[in-house]
Design a binder for this molecule. Structure first.
Ligand code: PBG
Length: 326
């Protein structure tokens, strides 16, 4: 009997043939690059658990931004490390809070760069939680008020996009009303709609100096075992007026990325978080893994899963490597 089978390898015979049938591509516009702005002077600290990622003070921001522009990055996501913290995280919403100062600077000097402001309290509160604390409880509705103040302060400073990451219920609705009332109806909300309580945030908490001082974030961030819950979270954020949906972390949650992409008609953003970045850095430093090919495979995997945008610390490297490929 004649042997019958498909010759899939016909489409893989050469680099040109593979390029011809390639289904997904990475471009500079895909990436949002996180920046850690440190209140103080003359600070450019490499985060020990995140090689290649720096906390920078305002006097180093010009040089950092020039480097970002030179790489071809189009958007940045700002996190602040304030000089002082308190129970209510006042530096998050003060007009002279570090993210507001950095936003004004970037929008004045680099107006074409999209500034996304992370709207959360954990870097600003003494207890390191993302909301108002009473005893051991994180209060939902009281936290919303402070988050709205933060979002409005960020928009006032010129932020192009507000990205609330705090996981309080109703944060999109509250922030949308707050922004509209303050005259910022044109400022979109990029909601961390689906944010899991993840061990992969470990290195970030060193970078942002925002680790919780007691307990954990499990009463507001999601259980990694759950899928239906992701639909519920995304549904409510869409109903409340979100303009983008973030899924976070990336790699262990690409099934959820595909689910959300197939279900909602909003741009889907994947947060390729600190732990995902640091694992590859550490393995590469040991000579166990090829950094360039691993990072590019991770990022194209996110696009294939349905990401329209990727927040990643590897943006500079990725763009440089993509240019080498051409
Ligand atoms: C703040 C926030 C966190 C991250 C982004 N925003 C930490 C957390 O929720 O504990 C993590 C990002 C990363 O790991 O790269 N709420």
């Amino acid at each position: 009997m004649e042997l019958q089978f498909k010759r899939h390898r016909r489409l893989r015979t050469s680099a040109s043939m593979r390029a011809l049938v390639r289904e997904n591509h990475l471009i500079a516009e895909d990436f949002i690059y996180p920046l850690f702005i440190y209140e103080g002077e003359n600070i450019r600290n490499e985060v020990s658990s995140m090689p290649g990622v720096f906390q920078v003070s305002m006097d180093h921001l010009q040089a950092e931004m020039e480097d970002i522009v030179k790489h071809g990055i189009k958007s940045v996501l700002l996190f602040g490390i304030p000089a002082t913290k308190d129970e209510c995280g006042q530096q998050a919403y003060h007009d002279h809070g570090i993210v507001q100062v950095a936003t004004r600077f970037i929008k004045e000097k680099f107006p074409e760069i999209i500034v996304v402001a992370d709207t959360c309290l954990c870097e600003y509160t003494s207890h390191g939680h993302c909301g108002v604390v009473e005893g051991e409880k994180i209060l939902n509705d009281q936290s919303l008020e402070l988050l709205v103040k933060t979002a409005v302060a960020q928009a006032k400073a010129g932020a192009d996009i507000i990205a609330p990451s705090n996981m309080m219920d109703g944060f999109v609705a509250a922030i949308r009303v707050g922004l509209d009332e303050a005259g910022f109806e044109e400022v979109p909300i990029m909601s961390y709609a689906v944010k899991y309580s993840s061990a992969f945030y470990g290195p970030f908490r060193e970078a942002a100096e925002g680790a919780p001082q007691f307990g954990d974030r499990k009463t507001y961030q999601m259980d990694p075992a759950n899928r239906m819950e992701a639909f519920r979270e995304a549904e409510s954020d869409v109903a409340e007026g979100a303009d983008f949906l973030i899924i976070k972390p990336g790699m262990p949650y690409l099934d959820i990325v595909r689910d959300i992409k197939n279900t909602f008609n909003l741009p889907v953003v994947v947060y390729n978080v600190s732990g995902e970045y640091s694992m590859i850095k550490a393995a590469a430093a040991n000579g166990w893994i090829d950094e360039k090919n691993t990072v590019l495979e991770m990022l194209i995997g996110m696009k294939r899963a349905g990401a329209d945008l990727i927040i990643t610390y590897a943006a500079k490297d990725a763009i440089r490597w993509l240019k080498e490929e051409v």
